[in-house]
Write a new protein. Structure first.
Length: 99
């Protein structure tokens, strides 16, 4: 059976799993209860023998990969920037012509 390690604050330590015989004594800071598959910072509660997610939503969001803008989105941004620059240049030129 697989057993799962947690540190002194009961946080899951990925990569520290051990495969032991069913009748072996489970070492300290290990449990046979698997952590949730989709967890970021799983914390074990030995009293309830359950894992819970402790990562904040901000932390989880910071790990998500931001999508790369499509070519069309990049062209739209470039077009908007060029339109703004052209408007500014025309306004400046118009201001200089009236002086």
């Amino acid at each position: 059976m697989w057993i799962y390690k947690y540190d002194d604050q009961f946080i899951y330590m990925p990569g520290e799993e051990l495969n032991v015989n069913d009748n072996d004594v489970i070492p300290e800071n290990y449990t046979e209860i698997p952590p949730p598959i989709e967890s970021y910072i799983a914390k074990y509660d030995p009293r309830t023998r359950k894992w819970k997610e402790t990562a904040s939503q901000n932390y989880i969001d910071s790990l998500k990969v931001k999508p790369v803008p499509s070519d069309l989105e990049l062209l739209k941004k470039q077009n908007a920037l060029l339109s703004k620059q052209l408007t500014q240049l025309l306004a400046k030129q118009k201001g200089e012509a009236s002086e």
